[in-house]
Design a protein. Structure first.
Length: 94
């Protein structure tokens, strides 16, 4: 039986990184966790929309709300990617 370690596996050492680099790595880690949660929520919304497709639900406000939520989750994911990952990677170029 394989047991997962309580500590994350680290590749290399962060000892040679500056404080700013360590903070940026923490920020990117948290962004990644949030983006994974958004992806999971988006997948669940898509599953619900698929399950509710049909004439009996076509005009239901709940289905419309699910579709609206799906669009908002995608917009949030794009915003985090553009303002989080891309802006952080641009900072590291300077």
């Amino acid at each position: 039986m394989i047991h997962r370690s309580q500590q994350p596996v680290r590749i290399g050492s962060m000892d040679n990184l500056s404080q700013d680099q360590v903070l940026r790595e923490r920020l990117l880690h948290e962004l990644g966790e949030v983006m994974l949660a958004i992806e999971a929520a988006s997948n669940r919304v898509e599953k619900a929309i698929t399950a509710l497709k049909g004439d009996e639900f076509s005009g239901d406000p709940a289905l419309a709300a699910l579709k609206d939520t799906q669009h908002k989750l995608e917009a949030a994911r794009k915003t985090l990617h553009q303002k989080g990952y891309l802006s952080s990677s641009q900072l590291s170029l300077f």
